[in-house]
Design a protein around this ligand. Structure first.
Ligand SMILES: [Cu+2]
Length: 350
């Protein structure tokens, strides 16, 4: 038996119920070499854990706030049909979730595609600078033919940082603020990772302009834009740069038919710098299998983290997938920092 929702999609009458626990933790992450930021991290990681459900599933999320300030979760893209109180907007759909409190969100996954979630309290700081964002992928009941051809999935979330306020919770996110670090999945080049593919792969990149507008450019290939903000578009089109407004998403599909080493980066120039120095920021390299690494290759000896673009997590199917690669670390106190500095000086003197 099929249930027709909004006349658009045929959903099974028996929806699965998916229950998840998410906490918010105060930790710090290393964004770029020598630059750490204090964050409020969903399940202690930035990006927050991958949520993967099927269109029509009933989702229940119990949020626990283990931080010193108030937060919520907004489920960006879901329609919240008959569940507006789960939209996550403080003082509009719910009271804010205070330190030590919990709040339960219940909604139907009524929109398919590349969605995301983020805090809706003081968004310019909490989302813009403190890592309060993560991916939610809702598989459509009826995928496009081209979606069925995909052999490899990758999720890239773009945001910026402000080193002036990184150390002080409650500061930053004011209009006119200057960001000086830019990242993919919470890391700036060269701390990003290669995305490894093989010839013949059909690669789906889910691009999220989580914290700022992005002009994503991939060298050596054209990209077929298939979905905007989770919705399949009527006329998919080819690009080599895809513009995504702040908050928006684009899904592109790339036929991996040109073996080599190819950089992919935000084409907004400031976004490929670390505190004004190039190269840095939102850049990564697509590495084809079988291409030898020359001595001069920037990532010749790279410590490889295979799940950095969530390709492995996307293979795991439905559920909430924590990723150790994104885990933050305990915040260093001033005293610890001083001690570390002293030790380093001593070592240098020897
Ligand atoms: Cu928040």
């Amino acid at each position: 038996m099929l249930l027709v929702l909004g006349g658009l999609s045929a959903l099974p009458a028996q929806a699965d119920v998916r229950q998840f626990d998410i906490s918010i933790e105060e930790v710090e992450i290393e964004v770029a070499p020598g630059f750490k930021s204090k964050v409020w991290a969903y399940n202690g990681q930035v990006p927050g854990p991958l949520l993967r459900v099927a269109e029509g599933d009933d989702v229940e999320v119990i949020l626990t706030n283990n931080t010193s300030l108030n937060h919520t979760i907004h489920w960006h893209g879901t329609f919240q049909t008959n569940s507006w109180r789960s939209d996550g907007v403080p003082n509009v759909t719910q009271p804010t979730v205070e330190p030590g409190e919990t709040y339960t969100y219940r909604f139907k996954a009524d929109k398919a595609g590349s969605l995301w979630y983020h805090c809706h309290v003081n968004v310019p700081e909490h989302v813009g600078l403190r890592g309060m964002w993560g991916p939610m992928i809702v598989d459509p009941a009826e995928p496009l033919a081209i979606e069925k051809d995909v052999t490899k999935e990758a999720i890239l979330m773009f945001t910026g940082w402000n080193s002036d306020v990184a150390d002080t919770y409650g500061k930053g996110g004011s209009p006119g603020e200057t960001m000086d670090y830019f990242s993919i999945n919470g890391k700036s080049f060269p701390m990003t990772q290669p995305l490894r593919v093989k010839k013949g792969d059909v690669l789906r990149l889910r691009l999220f302009a989580a914290g700022l507008e992005t002009a994503f450019h991939l060298h050596g290939h054209d990209m077929l834009v298939t979905h905007i903000d989770g919705t399949p578009i009527d006329n998919p089109y080819w690009v080599d740069v895809v513009d995504i407004p702040s908050g928006g998403r684009a899904d592109v599909i790339v036929r991996m038919d040109n073996p080599g080493m190819w950089i992919a980066h935000d084409h907004i120039e400031q976004h490929i710098t670390n505190k004004g120095v190039m190269p840095g920021g939102a850049a990564m390299i697509i590495e084809y299998e079988g291409i030898g690494k020359e001595d001069w290759y920037v990532w010749k000896d790279k410590d490889y983290a295979p799940d950095f673009y969530l390709s492995d997590s996307m293979e795991k199917g439905y559920g909430l997938h924590n990723s150790p690669v994104f885990k933050g670390s305990e915040i260093e106190t001033r005293k610890q920092k001083k001690k570390k500095k002293k030790k380093k000086k001593k070592q240098q003197a020897q």
